[in-house]
Design a protein around this ligand. Structure first.
Ligand SMILES: *Cc1c(COP(=O)(O)O)cnc(C)c1O
Length: 376
């Protein structure tokens, strides 16, 4: 938690549940990433946290943006981003959204299928397009598996076809999965992309860009490699496979830029046991899976907690949200322990919750309003 967030929580004590996010930390993370990968161009993955103060700060820093929907394209434009700085990165887009984005000046689009390529040829003529390939997601705590991307052989055919359809076959992208803890995932993917570059060159298509996607991790309960380790591994692999003919390098960080800038403040609603002598206490918070903690599904992302009683004797807990839905249980199997002194009404902070929380909150499931947001 940054000093600014701590001060805000102490001095203002905003109603819970809420996110308090330090926009200066967003800037620091952006600068750290540039320092780790000076040759890469940053396209912030807006879906991680689309709040205007974040988009505005990043626009001022010269960032570009990876938008998942027309609404995100419009949010970037409203924050002052130039349309040339926006990539429409979802491989699944309504044709009407493509048409509107194109009319607004957006000229870079992702695809991973022939049908999407044909939409782009019709509704974004001449635009730069990049094909997303399937790569391994091993090492990712929030894998994206097989939903996006196509096999290499198909990517090759589609990139040839892109040129024939009047589009600009610009590059290749991949995503190694979010909260990726292994630098080797990027190295392996870069090797595959380089082979595709060579094959396409032989087919007369000169690609100019590699999009390494996102995935750069944030520290939750466990240590993760430093961003400099990812930078060194990635630039090493690019040099190994491309030599002096380095293409333009694009990265699409989401979690890394905003994750550790934010803290969710919540209130303990109930502490109970299922039997008098049960050692495990159930701790119910005023935020849960439907309040924005979607990444606790399968206990994939394991947030760290801070309580007013830290440092005192603790015991095992199951942690759950406030709604009348049994899937609204956050952690049952991940060996969480919280202080025995924890009581109803205590404030509990969930650290590094600046990414993938506010935008996941449901409208009013069980009547609960989505969490408030404070950008400081
Ligand atoms: C979600 C996503 C990102 C951001 O991933 P992080 O793990 O948050 O860095 C980047 N690119 C694409 C295409 C995505 O879908």
């Amino acid at each position: 938690m940054t000093p600014k967030v701590a001060r805000y929580l102490r001095d203002v004590a905003p109603a819970t549940p809420c996110l308090v996010l330090d926009v200066d930390r967003v800037e620091e993370n952006y600068r750290r990433l540039i320092a780790a990968m000076p040759l890469a161009r940053i396209y912030y993955a807006v879906k991680a946290n689309p709040a205007a103060p974040i988009l505005e700060r990043l626009t001022g820093l010269g960032s570009s943006f990876d938008a998942a929907s027309l609404e995100e394209v419009e949010a970037c434009l409203a924050a002052g981003a130039r349309p040339e700085a926006i990539s429409f990165g979802n491989t699944v887009k309504k044709e009407s959204a493509i048409r509107t984005a194109y009319a607004a000046g957006v000229r870079m689009y992702a695809f991973d299928s022939e049908a999407e390529l044909r939409k782009l040829a019709r509704s974004a003529p001449g635009a730069r397009v990049y094909c997303r390939i399937l790569v391994g997601n091993d090492g990712a705590e929030w894998p994206l598996s097989r939903k996006f991307g196509c096999e290499i052989e198909m990517a090759k055919e589609l990139m040839v076809q892109a040129g024939e359809l009047g589009l600009d076959p610009y590059g290749i992208s991949f995503h190694v999965g979010s909260q990726q803890t292994k630098t080797a995932a990027y190295e392996a993917a870069i090797g595959r992309v380089a082979m595709l570059f060579t094959d396409l060159k032989e087919a007369g298509v000169n690609l100019r860009m590699v999009n390494l996607g996102g995935g750069y991790p944030v520290r939750y309960r466990q240590e993760v490699p430093e961003i400099d380790d990812f930078g060194a591994a990635i630039m090493g692999a690019m040099a190994e496979h491309f030599g002096n003919a380095l293409p333009e390098i694009v990265i699409e960080p989401g979690r890394f830029i905003v994750g550790d800038a934010g803290v969710v403040s919540s209130e303990v609603v109930l502490v109970s046991r299922k039997a008098k002598d049960d050692p495990v206490r159930w701790v119910y918070l005023d935020i849960g899976r439907f309040g924005g903690l979607a990444e606790t599904e399968g206990e994939a992302i394991k947030y760290a907690f801070r309580t007013p009683h830290d440092g005192t004797a603790d015991g095992p807990v199951t942690i759950a949200g406030p709604t009348c839905d049994s899937t609204d249980t956050l952690y049952e199997k991940s060996n969480y322990r919280l202080p025995l002194a924890l009581d109803c009404g205590d404030r509990v902070e969930l650290l590094a919750t600046g990414a993938y929380v506010t935008s996941y909150a449901s409208q009013s499931f069980n009547g609960f309003r989505p969490l408030a947001e404070h950008y400081v």
